[in-house]
Design a protein around this ligand. Structure first.
Ligand SMILES: O=C(O)CCC(=O)C(=O)O
Ligand SMILES: [Fe+2]
Length: 197
């Protein structure tokens, strides 16, 4: 078997599946260290509801094409995949039988870094975006809430070496976030593979 028991979150009007240990401990640790040092992490200013402030995490954007990615008033211009990202991309693609073009990488430096409520519903992602989200390093809580039905919400811990697949109507109907935590925790790298045509 390729995966250790995928967990389907069974959400209404969404398709979210969690694959723990998609990467083994050794792979996860090596990728974490090399991506941490190799990627030129940057902190952009974002504008949300007319207010501009530094994004509470570092990011980088990679693609095998030249398509830009715009969100929160930022325009990300891609750089080519490095060898590690390319290997990670290939492993996900052969596991899921889906091909991705682009990857938005996030570095959460401490528990004070975060990613506020949003849906990845930018038009360049198409009608029903498929997003494969890989986590390395410290575990962080990932929360999901339905856009209209307040009773519908859930959370899970995104662990080192895991893969979370969001597809179908997830972005249309749900928001997600990585909240801040007061716990003293280490760095976390998250890679969101996307299809931007
Ligand atoms: O860090 C995460 O797990 C989530 C990242 C995310 O939602 C995004 O980059 O759009
Ligand atoms: Fe997202």
């Amino acid at each position: 078997m390729l995966f250790k028991t995928p967990i389907n979150l069974n959400l209404d009007n969404a398709e979210v599946v969690y694959y723990p240990n998609f990467f083994n401990e050794n792979e996860a640790q090596n990728y974490f260290e090399s991506l941490l040092h190799k990627i030129k992490w940057q902190q952009d200013d974002i504008t949300v509801f007319g207010k501009t402030y530094p994004q509470p995490r570092l990011t980088a954007f990679f693609s095998n094409n030249i398509e830009t990615y715009k969100y929160s008033n930022i325009i990300m211009h891609p750089i080519p995949f490095n060898a590690e990202l390319d290997a990670i991309k290939k492993k996900i693609e052969s596991g899921l039988h889906i091909e991705f073009t682009s990857c938005l990488a996030n570095l959460y430096r401490t528990g004070q870094d975060s990613n506020g409520w949003h849906a990845d519903d930018e038009k360049e992602l198409g009608e029903n975006p498929i997003i494969a989200s890989v986590s390395f390093g410290a575990s962080r809580v990932f929360q999901l809430k339905h856009k209209h039905d307040k009773a519908l919400k859930t959370k899970l811990l995104l662990e080192d070496g895991s893969l979370l697949l969001m597809s179908g109507e997830t972005q249309k109907n749900w928001l997600h976030q990585i909240p801040k935590t007061k716990k003293i925790i280490g760095k976390r790298i998250n890679l969101t593979f996307r299809i931007i045509a």
